[in-house]
Write a protein that binds this ligand. Structure first.
Ligand SMILES: NC(=O)c1ccc[n+]([C@@H]2O[C@H](COP(=O)([O-])OP(=O)(O)OC[C@H]3O[C@@H](n4cnc5c(N)ncnc54)[C@H](O)[C@@H]3O)[C@@H](O)[C@H]2O)c1
Length: 341
């Protein structure tokens, strides 16, 4: 088991990688606990949940709406929750994003923690304090920043993840390595078989290393005014592809990384050999690069919340392990996408 004490001005979080769901009871704070989970996680692991009132949402991105948040706040009120109550989200990124948002809105804010159950939420969604739901076609445009008091990453729960969700999580793991840790990147590339076989030891180490990257970036820039933007590598196109293609988040991010790294190479920032390393690792995950983009991609990129006016902060790679953010215009993005179709 490995732990990270994550401190920022807005609060602190204890992250425990390799801890198990059955120990979650020892981390709970507050007077009475309410659990938010989804129907898949509840079916698989409900018998191991700590004693608490459980609210189940439908699994999947379609639950990330203000309506679901409102419904959960209503149910909390009905069951007598107050400002001393504690929310425990047990699930993947969807459950974590919703639980965090409910925790920051209910009674103007109550305590919360997570048992993170997907690879994607372990390496990314559950850590860093971003909460959010979607609005129409636009991803995560309604949200807050609020740190969970703890995040338990139970590696053994990854064994039951559907393959596509597992690979989706690997996308965010590769992203962290690509922007900040060349050694981690080549460790992933050199251990593909063990990773694909979900070897617990290597996964625990990689989730931990990837979280070290994320927490150190967020410690420096909690509200995403600077270096935290680098974590969005692959996300400008990735979010748009995710919304259009109904694809798991991390897979869409891998498509986005392929595009962003190709653009980085065309702009002279990234060497062709590093571009090929990234492309071959992503292809080894079973991802086929898209060459035809559905109509509406640019329109969705324009709706990306990282835009400012007619520009967007776009993350380019300067090498494996090194990224930079630059303001680009939508016309430049348009021209790039048109050039590869
Ligand atoms: N807040 C952030 O910083 C942040 C960062 C990245 C992504 N996200 C968000 O995270 C979401 C995606 O998260 P996700 O990929 O975890 O998706 P998810 O929460 O929808 O989980 C994927 C699927 O796996 C199932 N599942 C969860 N744990 C399981 C387990 N242990 N065994 C078997 N099945 C299990 C779920 O029921 C669901 O069907 C997106 O909405 C994305 O916007 C947020």
């Amino acid at each position: 088991m490995r732990r990270i004490d994550f401190h920022i001005e807005a609060g602190e979080s204890l992250i425990v990688v390799g801890e198990s769901l059955s120990e979650a009871v020892n981390y709970l704070k507050g007077e009475n606990t309410f659990i938010i989970t989804d129907n898949n996680v509840s079916r698989l692991y409900g018998s191991q949940f700590p004693e608490a009132t459980v609210f189940e949402i439908d699994a999947g991105e379609s639950s990330k709406t203000l309506g679901v948040v409102d419904e959960l706040c209503h149910r909390l009120s009905e069951r007598g929750a107050d400002r001393h109550s504690f929310l425990l989200g047990i699930g993947g990124g969807v459950v974590c994003d919703i639980t965090g948002l409910v925790a920051s809105l209910f009674m103007r804010g109550i305590g919360h923690g997570f048992v993170s159950t997907t690879l994607l939420s372990q390496v990314d969604a559950s850590v860093g304090g971003k909460t959010g739901v979607n609005s129409g076609f636009y991803k995560n445009v309604i949200g807050t920043f609020r740190l969970p008091s703890f995040v338990i990453c139970d590696i053994s729960m990854l064994k039951t993840l559907p393959e596509s969700e597992y690979v989706s999580g690997l996308g965010e793991l590769i992203k962290s390595a690509a922007i900040a840790d060349r050694d981690l990147f080549f460790e992933i590339a050199g251990n593909i078989d063990r990773i694909m076989n979900r070897d617990t030891d290597i996964l625990e180490r990689m989730v931990y290393q990837s979280l070290r990257i994320k927490t150190s970036v967020v410690e420096e820039d909690f509200t995403e005014r600077g270096v935290r933007r680098l974590l969005n590598f692959g996300h400008t196109f990735g979010h748009a592809i995710e919304m259009l293609g109904d694809m798991p988040h991390g897979m869409a991010v891998m498509q986005g990384m392929l595009l962003a790294s190709r653009w980085s190479m065309l702009r002279g920032y990234l060497s062709e050999s590093d571009y090929r390393e990234l492309k071959s690792l992503i292809e080894a995950m079973g991802i086929t690069p898209m060459t035809i983009f559905p109509g509406g991609l640019i329109e969705l990129v324009r709706g990306d919340k990282k835009k400012s006016g007619t520009n967007v902060n776009f993350v380019f790679l300067e090498g494996i392990g090194k990224a930079k953010s630059e303001i680009v215009s939508f016309d430049e993005i348009d021209a790039f996408v048109s050039s590869i179709e």
